[in-house]
Ligand binder design. Structure first.
Ligand SMILES: O=C(O)CCC(=O)C(=O)O
Ligand SMILES: [Fe+2]
Length: 298
């Protein structure tokens, strides 16, 4: 069986290799290698702003935290639900209330899609920006090998007149403040290029976690948009959840990288399958549990 065959198809009946039925988890060698998603997410912004970083514990916050702790000890406050858990409930409720959004009928992962989230003009503008700025994609994990992510990518200029409205529309769709969103990533895959199976969430046992923890913390929801149709290949495959999506211009996917209890969901393992014919362009937006923008100083 070829990778992705037999997975639940969300789109298209006639396209080569398109969806069949929901057969549940599928074996694939790449699933044995679970590297965390990396990329250049905000690297430039982070470097540029390091000198202006907000102190970790401004005095007002220390006082507020102490007051909260004391109040908590005396049972005056209900414990706050951590954002990772809160977003699992609030974002899915918001998406389910949106008539343009459909929930994928899979178990074990909160997964939604919105066809035509962007129109042709918006997609073309994003593609032009990616083509102007693309460079080899990178990974956070030092253990990953060279062939793991062979696409090209770039940071999408956050405040530019083309990107900003899209950024805000995605944040509004999910109901998470755009401040929690990392700089949007553009990606381009030429024929033969792929992104092997990975999780978008950070593996908290890895060395990079200490830094990420102070830069907005864990990644919660991912929003990803296809900017064009691809002649063959290039599907996004979730081998464990049993979902495979063929690229379609303007189609937005949104999934929660956490479980409803706010812990990382291993079933979100996914890969960008090799493009066989044509070129694939996407944008991806990762939302942290806290403000990413505050540390970036953008
Ligand atoms: O290219 C794809 O279909 C997947 C991309 C992806 O996993 C990501 O940007 O995190
Ligand atoms: Fe990913």
């Amino acid at each position: 069986m070829r990778p992705g065959q037999g997975a639940q198809s969300l789109f298209g009946k006639s396209r080569k290799g398109d969806f069949l039925s929901g057969t549940g988890p599928l074996p694939h060698p790449a699933t044995q290698r679970q590297y965390p998603m990396g990329g250049r997410v905000g690297e430039r912004a982070g470097a540029a702003c390091a000198a202006r970083r907000i102190p970790n514990n401004p005095p007002g916050l220390v006082f507020r935290d102490r007051a909260r702790n004391l109040a908590g000890m005396f049972g005056l406050l209900k414990p706050r639900v951590p954002a990772r858990k809160r977003f699992s409930a609030t974002v899915s409720a918001r998406l389910e209330a949106n008539a343009e959004v459909t929930k994928a009928t899979v178990d074990g992962i909160q997964f939604y899609y919105h066809p035509n989230f962007l129109d042709r003009t918006q997609c073309d503008a994003m593609i032009r920006m990616i083509d102007a700025d693309r460079r080899p994609s990178t990974l956070l994990s030092e253990q990953a090998d060279d062939g793991f992510r062979t696409s090209e990518s770039c940071d999408m200029s956050r405040w530019s007149p083309d990107v900003r409205p899209i950024d805000e529309a995605i944040a509004d769709l999910l109901g998470i403040t755009h401040e929690n969103g990392e700089t949007m990533q553009g990606q381009r895959y030429a024929p033969g290029q792929h992104f092997r199976a990975h999780h978008d969430y950070f593996h908290e046992s890895e060395y990079y976690w200490q830094r990420m923890k102070n830069e907005g913390g864990q990644r919660t929801w991912t929003a990803m948009i296809y900017l064009n149709d691809v002649a063959e290949g290039g599907a996004t495959w979730f081998p464990t959840a049993g979902i495979r999506v063929a690229p379609k211009r303007g189609l937005l996917l949104a999934w929660n990288n956490m479980k409803p209890d706010g812990t990382p969901n291993e079933m979100t393992l996914h890969e960008g399958m090799p493009v066989e014919k044509g070129v694939k362009y996407i944008i991806t937006k990762w939302f942290r549990e806290a403000s990413w923008l505050a540390q970036a100083g953008m």
